[in-house]
Design a protein around this ligand. Structure first.
Ligand SMILES: [Ca+2]
Ligand SMILES: [Ca+2]
Ligand SMILES: [Ca+2]
Ligand SMILES: [Ca+2]
Length: 350
């Protein structure tokens, strides 16, 4: 009795050691055969007899599970007309088997986005890349794909969705894109496998298949697929241009109550204002073709990048711009959101 207890204790310890061996989070690999043998020792007349044994073997079935998640949990800020704007997702194979995962993107028409926002436009030209070089950033080392090939149990891949933002979108416009990963089986390396089919009816002795995935953004529970939303938010510049003139002097009155008579000097101020809350406008190029009834006053020149106080232009710009072919031109390097900058020049009336 004492010997038997000691033996059982040893067997128990061995069994525990077996359970503690490194295991996949997804569990024992599908298709694994598990064999368990029972041994019966006994005595007759105080003499140990030959042990009796019995074994049982079964096959571990395949549990299909996958998750897709946005990486970074923030909307991606884009400019109108931007091409190849990047959304980043992770796809994780939670199945106890190596699988392929078909990847698809979908636009959304209205409805909630991923970041307390609401979709109101679609992107174009969506493409999917896998982070082949594993640096977490979309770059030349990555690969255009339509599926993830041979993703091992517990394996995760970073997937990028690139798409183009239409011109003309306004600040805080939102486009939602959903990435869906759908498990596929077989096909071997370099080829996408076939659609998975869940085993119907009772357990079989072969490797059965059970869908165990949850419901993502647009997929259902237990459909071998998972989807997640991410979104783009537009930050645009909204420019308004105003142009005013004021009389500086005339040949009769000088600067005292001058009038707009031939020979008078007139100052033009062009103001470019950018609405608050959006993006800076850069390389703002102004061209003003002078009418033939006026003559550019080269002795005054052109003042660029001045400020305005209320509606009045300040003479605080820097000399710049050009006059050529009857046109005054100048470039404002940048007009920040909420700011206004000017171009100032003078003409005489012919
Ligand atoms: Ca949309
Ligand atoms: Ca990369
Ligand atoms: Ca494959
Ligand atoms: Ca699902």
């Amino acid at each position: 009795m004492t010997r038997l207890s000691r033996w059982l204790g040893t067997a128990g310890a061995l069994a525990l050691a077996g359970l503690a061996t490194p295991a996949l989070a997804a569990g024992t690999q599908a298709g694994t055969t598990i064999t368990n043998t029972v041994t019966v020792n006994y005595q007759v007349g105080g003499v140990a007899q030959n042990a009796q044994t019995a074994s049982d073997t079964f096959t571990v079935d395949r549990k299909i599970n996958v998750t897709v998640a946005e990486v970074g949990n923030a909307t991606i800020v884009v400019s109108p007309g931007q091409s190849q704007a990047v959304l980043t997702y992770s796809v994780t194979n939670l199945s106890n088997a190596t699988l392929d995962f078909a990847l698809t993107t979908a636009q959304q028409t209205g409805g909630a986005g991923a970041h307390s926002n609401t979709d109101n436009f679609d992107t174009t030209n969506a493409k999917i890349y896998v982070d082949t070089n594993g640096n977490g950033v979309w770059d030349a080392g990555d690969t255009l794909v339509t599926y993830l090939d041979e993703l091992a149990a517990d394996g995760t891949k970073t997937v990028f969705v690139l798409s183009d933002i239409p011109l003309g979108r306004a600040t805080n416009d939102v486009a939602v894109v959903t990435l869906t990963a759908t498990g596929r089986e077989g096909g071997g390396a370099g080829a996408m496998g076939a659609a998975l089919v869940q085993t119907a009816g009772a357990n079989t002795s072969a490797m059965d298949t059970v869908f165990a995935d949850g419901a993502g953004a647009t997929d259902a529970a237990r459909d071998a697929a998972f989807s997640a939303r991410d979104d783009y938010t537009v930050s645009a510049a909204a420019l308004t241009v105003t142009k005013v003139s004021k009389i500086i002097s005339d040949p009769v009155n000088g600067t005292t109550n001058p009038k707009m008579i031939p020979g008078a000097t007139v100052e033009y101020c062009i103001t470019v204002a950018n609405a608050a809350g959006g993006a800076a406008a850069n390389n703002v190029a102004l061209t003003d073709v002078l009418p033939t009834t006026t003559t550019y006053l080269s002795s005054f020149g052109i003042l660029m990048n001045g400020t305005v106080t209320g509606a009045a232009c300040n003479a605080d710009g820097a000399a710049g711009g050009t006059f050529a072919s009857g046109a005054v031109s100048g470039t404002l390097a940048s007009v920040a959101a909420g700011a206004a900058r000017t171009m100032l020049f003078r003409v005489t009336i012919n």
